[in-house]
Design a protein. Structure first.
Length: 107
């Protein structure tokens, strides 16, 4: 079904390993700035998904970042992703295991 008035369904999505990055129109209220540029550290290799050129924020364990002009998501085992100006949320991808269980995808 086409939802003409809903801008949010047209936002961009990006994937790198176990991360899903979504462009968003605004941050939730109460986000706090973070000093680290590491979004997620890989459990098996120790390599990190790191955002360069962006401000990182968090709220209740959820991560967000703001790009003022251009930023890059880097990881030793993946090609970099370039982001333009905007606001983004960071989600850990989950794997469906059964009807009552999921597990976090590890990279």
């Amino acid at each position: 079904m086409y939802n003409k008035g809903r801008k949010d369904i047209f936002m961009k999505h990006y994937r790198q390993g176990d991360l899903l990055i979504q462009e968003i129109s605004s941050f939730p209220e109460g986000v706090t700035p973070q000093t680290s540029t590491i979004l997620v550290r890989g459990e098996s290799t120790g390599h990190a998904h790191r955002i360069l050129g962006a401000e990182v924020f968090q709220k209740n364990g959820a991560l967000f970042f703001k790009v003022s002009s251009k930023a890059q998501l880097v990881h030793d085992e993946h090609k970099p992703i370039v982001f333009g100006k905007g606001l983004y949320s960071v989600l850990r991808q989950r794997e469906y295991v059964s009807s009552d269980m999921t597990k976090i995808v590890t990279d």
